[in-house]
Each structure stands twice: as C-alpha cells, then as structure tokens.
Design a protein around this ligand. Sequence first.
Ligand SMILES: [Zn+2]
Ligand SMILES: [Zn+2]
Length: 135
Amino acid sequence: MTWTGHCLCGAVRYEATGAPLNTSLCHCEDCRRASGAPFQGWIFFPRTKVEILSGELRVHAYEGRERSFCAACGSPISFTDQAYPDLMEVTLGTMDDAAALKPDDYNWMEDHLPWLHLDPSLPQFIHNGPPPCLT
Ligand SMILES: [Zn+2]
Ligand SMILES: [Zn+2]
C-alpha cells in the first residue's frame, strides 16, 4: 500500500508506505492556528515509512514538536514530537486519497470549536489519545 500526497503548489511531494497507524482529527489551538482551519487531520505513520520526494520544507520547532510546511506555498505537511521519535504525522488534507482516510478519533476536544458537529460514534480525547503502537 502506497500513499502519495502533495502541497497546494505541487513543489512538495511525499510518499508513505503501509497501513496508517491511526487517523486523528486534532482540535488543538496550535493545529487550528497552523492550519488556518477549525481542525487538522493527521495520518500517523512509522517515521521510516514516510519519504519526502521533492520540494523544500520549512520547519517550525516549538517545545520539542516540529511542524513542516512547503517553503513555497505554506501548506502544512507534517508533525513530529520528540517524545515519539519513531512516529510522523502527515496532514490528511494533502493526501491524494484523503477520501479513503476516515478518522479513527478526535484529539484535543478541550479546544474543540463548539459549533462543529462531530460523529458521536468516534472516540474523543480531552488531549491526545494514546500514541499508536509501532509493534
Ligand atoms: Zn507548495
Ligand atoms: Zn493539534
């Protein structure tokens, strides 16, 4: 299974292989501001399974977490946390087959915008859910 994606301008292209470990919609304020959207969708992969094929990334590092963006158009691409060095999260919205990636859960409901209606059958976490297991 190979997942491909790209930023708005097409400069950054990436590929991820294997089944995603998890798909989360994060409602935290950081994701909201970094994406400019009410929430950010993240696809979790083992870090070794994600490869940037082209383009230049700009990285915003803050408190052990790194967010990358296309240096040309600013589209958010990835997120890593030094507490979980083996994981990489890729933005759902830049995936070519985003329609196939239904969310597994909702994170950071503490910051959730109250007018946004969610699927009540999905797990909700006040902050982060448990990190996906790599083994
Ligand atoms: Zn771009
Ligand atoms: Zn977040």
